[in-house]
Design a protein. Structure first.
Length: 212
């Protein structure tokens, strides 16, 4: 039942929207930085902050690790909550250097369970951010649950909106084959649906999921 519903949702969304090419980023490290910066803001603001880091030629684990939090906050100002996010980035960079010698490749070589546990131990990184880094930057099969996913599935009475992150995630992990490309595309399609149709004030006519 769950597998059939999840597969139907995916099929309809892919047919309606096509591949989403998400997450944007030129490197695993850039994707990880973007995952932290996108907390509580939109992607356009994140792009401005990342562009600042690129213009400063400082978008590398070593350079950002050596940079002061104050200087980093100034560069990522467009992403909002810049002082808080600078601290979170520095906490992530501490983990990257202490556990993986500053290498995203070494982090990717770690097991999914270990790397997720370590990311969740970082102050300021919750399950959604940890899983975004794990899936999109490290290419490990973990499904990202966000507010969009909860909104869509709860409106289709698949789960209550207040069900836990783990409950929603387990639905996808049990109902789909554990495949990085599938999880990547599925999550991106749900985000697209939420922005185009399943908004806080929904636009139901013409929604690809009408009738589900």
């Amino acid at each position: 039942m769950k597998r059939n519903v999840l597969e139907t949702i995916y099929s309809r969304l892919f047919q309606a929207f096509g591949p989403q090419h998400w997450w944007p980023g030129d490197s695993p490290f850039e994707i990880a930085v973007g995952a932290i910066l996108t907390q509580n803001t939109n992607w356009a603001n994140v792009e401005k902050a990342i562009d600042n880091l690129k213009r400063d030629k400082s978008l590398s684990p070593t350079k950002l690790h050596r940079m002061s939090a104050l200087q980093l906050a100034g560069l990522i100002r467009p992403a909002g909550y810049f002082n808080i996010k600078a601290k979170r980035l520095k906490n992530f960079l501490d983990l990257l250097h202490e556990e993986y010698k500053g290498s995203m490749h070494k982090m990717r070589d770690d097991s999914l369970a270990n790397v997720r546990e370590k990311l969740l131990s970082v102050n300021g990184i919750g399950p959604e951010t940890a899983d975004s880094i794990t899936l999109y930057a490290l290419e490990k099969p973990v499904f990202v649950i966000d507010a969009y996913t909860k909104r869509i599935l709860s409106r289709h009475t698949i789960f209550a909106h207040d069900a836990s992150y783990e409950t929603y995630q387990e639905l996808f992990h049990e109902g789909l084959r554990k495949d990085v490309s599938l999880f990547n595309e599925y999550h991106a399609l749900l985000v697209r649906l939420a922005k185009d149709f399943c908004r806080p004030a929904p636009r139901c006519p013409g929604c690809p999921l009408e009738g589900i």
